[in-house]
Design a protein around this ligand. Structure first.
Ligand code: HEM
Length: 558
């Protein structure tokens, strides 16, 4: 009996053979893959069982941001502080041991960001956060000095005015339960518009508000591209409604940055023609005396905490040349481009301003919101903070000075501890261009893999913090920090690519929080065990930062 090539029997056999051939092909591919160097090295590291071709990617699909955090925590409980995962054929290694983290972050070689940062590219271009190589080096060298302590001191007034304004805005909330992040986010953008772009409250029109909203929504889109697996593919993303939304938002964001840069440049040139020239970056960097370091009593607690990975920010401050007129970061960049100290084009300036606006926004908004919630829970710690503030200010409601911030030692410990337990940037990711050997078990991580540093997990290592899940500002008493591994505390990352805004952020947080806490007591009825966290690029509470505020006793103006 013959089987005709039209018959159902023939089709059945054909399908069977095709399926067998495909399975054999996939199996051979899988076996070949597994024997490759990358797989051999990767599979030495513990991690969940991977499915052929997909690796571990299927377990992440469909997870919401808070479920994703829980999953990551579950695997770190099972496999420890070095865990591998396969994203298809891509090796991802999660690190949470300070010794291993130091190998990566302290290196001048492993400075490339992971491919996921490309989602920021349409917004931030080749700004400091994502650029690499020579471009990153030269821009970092140019931008780090704009965060010089003298420039920061000149922002104290802006921080104070905005802190006062948010206290006023929060007044109608007295006695109610509300999400304090809304307020922290708003005030942070206002401060950034002023300090990064030089747009003051008076000169801000509707576009400032639209810009702030657009920044917040763009963060959300980038986050969606991280956890909605299909949106990772540019071809699919470009067909989605999210892409259309992104285009609209970028028009708003880039529209304002371009407009401001254009105006500022025109003003600079007009002034220059009149002989009015602002102080130059070069002036700031030309220290009359290299030994003129900041006196010890003007060093903050965090200067000590972060001294282990001394970065270019410290070098800046040693070149202290006295207080200067206030200039926004943008003014400084325009000035340095115009006087040809630095080669930077208008579009590169735009990328750097957009980067600062992004990096400086939700990080501090989330950081300050966590502090207010934690103090709302731990009333005895809030009492200590208030006692310290009362010692500094008495009953006066005068503005905070830079020197006052140096005296806020306990508040600083509270901020550092809050950043330990709830680091606004919960993961830092790098792409490895070369093999690297880490300390744990001498594992060799092959070039081409992605390293993910889990700040959240690292900061809760019982080897370095006695009761890691307990909110205890005393973790930052000098006697407790001096023998701790420096890389066990990296809320601002560390090494050459550390956060350039660290000192700015800490100064702003102290002024903002002290002003709020002098006016209100915060109260929270939700204990930390019930916080529902989500890594929305920035770590936040999925359940909202809900607190109540009660007015402090009436103060008298001096
Ligand atoms: C509590 C507040 C902040 C936290 C926790 C924080 C944390 C971080 C972290 C962890 C990184 C490294 C990111 C990575 O490698 O993926 C970073 C980079 C950066 N941050 Fe911050 N940041 C804060 C505030 C700020 C502020 C206020 C600014 C600017 C005004 C700023 C500007 C930057 C910039 C430009 C970079 C890129 C630096 C480079 O790659 O050279 N940050 N920040």
């Amino acid at each position: 009996m013959s089987i005709s090539d039209e018959s159902p029997e023939y089709n059945k056999w054909l399908s069977f053979y095709l399926l067998c051939s495909l399975s054999t092909l996939l199996w051979t591919l899988y076996v070949w893959q597994q024997s490759s160097r990358k797989y051999r090295l990767g599979n030495k590291i513990p991690g969940p069982t991977a499915v052929p071709l997909f690796g571990n990617v299927l377990m992440a699909i469909g997870k919401t941001p808070d479920q994703f955090i829980n999953l990551a925590m579950k695997y770190s409980e099972i496999y420890g502080n070095v865990v591998r995962g396969w994203f298809g054929s891509k090796l991802i290694v999660f690190l949470a041991e300070p010794e291993d983290v130091e190998v990566i972050l302290n290196s001048q070689v492993h400075i490339d960001k992971a491919p996921e940062y490309r989602f920021f590219k349409p917004w931030l271009g080749e700004g400091l956060l994502i650029s690499t190589g020579q471009k990153w080096r030269s821009h970092r060298k140019m931008i780090a000095p704009t965060f010089h302590i003298n420039i920061l001191k000149s922002f104290v007034d802006v921080f104070n005015q905005n802190a006062k304004s948010v206290v006023d805005k929060m007044r109608p909330e007295v006695g109610k339960t509300f999400d304090v992040h809304d307020y922290m986010s708003g005030v942070t953008v206002d401060i950034l518009l002023e300090t990064a772009m030089g747009i003051t409250r008076k000169t801000q029109d509707e576009s400032g508000f639209d810009y702030a909203m657009a920044v917040m929504k763009m963060c959300d889109i980038i986050h969606q591209r991280h956890y909605k697996f299909w949106l990772r593919f540019d071809s699919i993303f470009k067909l989605s409604s999210v892409f259309k939304k992104q285009k609209e938002l970028l028009n708003i964001i880039h529209g304002l940055t371009n407009k401001v840069i254009k105006n500022k440049k025109e003003i600079y040139l007009e002034n220059k023609a009149k002989g009015i020239i602002p102080p130059t970056l070069a002036e700031l960097m030309q220290a009359p005396n290299i030994d003129n370091v900041l006196a010890n009593d003007s060093k903050t607690l965090s200067d000590t905490v972060f001294k282990g990975y001394r970065d270019d920010l410290d070098l800046n401050d040693e070149n202290d040349v006295g207080q200067k007129k206030r200039l926004a970061f943008l003014d400084l960049m325009i000035e340095s481009a115009q006087n040809e100290t630095n080669k930077i084009s208008d579009s590169e300036i735009k990328e750097e301003v957009d980067t600062i606006m992004f990096e400086g926004h939700d990080t501090t908004a989330a950081g300050s919101s966590f502090v207010l919630c934690l103090l709302g829970i731990h009333q005895h710690i809030q009492d200590e903070v208030y006692k310290e503030l009362h010692e500094i200010f008495g009953d006066s409601d005068r503005q905070v000075t830079f020197d006052d911030t140096l005296r806020m030692k306990y508040l600083e410990r509270v901020i550092l501890e809050s950043l330990r337990m709830y680091p606004p940037v919960p993961i830092i990711a790098r792409h490895l261009n070369r093999d690297v050997k880490i300390v744990t078990n001498n594992y060799l991580l092959p070039a081409g893999s992605t390293v993910v540093i889990g700040t959240y997990k690292l900061h809760r290592n019982p080897k370095h913090y006695k009761n890691p899940d307990e909110f205890n500002p005393d973790n930052f008493l000098p006697e407790n920090t001096q023998n701790r591994h420096y890389y066990s505390y990296i809320p601002f990352s560390a090494g050459p690519r550390s956060c350039v805004g660290r000192k700015y952020a800490l100064l702003k947080l102290k002024i903002l929080l002290s002003t709020i806490l002098r006016s209100y007591r915060t109260v929270s009825d939700i204990p930390e065990e019930q916080f529902s966290l989500k890594a929305d690029i920035i770590l936040k509470r999925a359940d909202g930062f809900r607190i109540r505020i009660e007015p402090r006793k009436k103060t008298t103006t001096v």
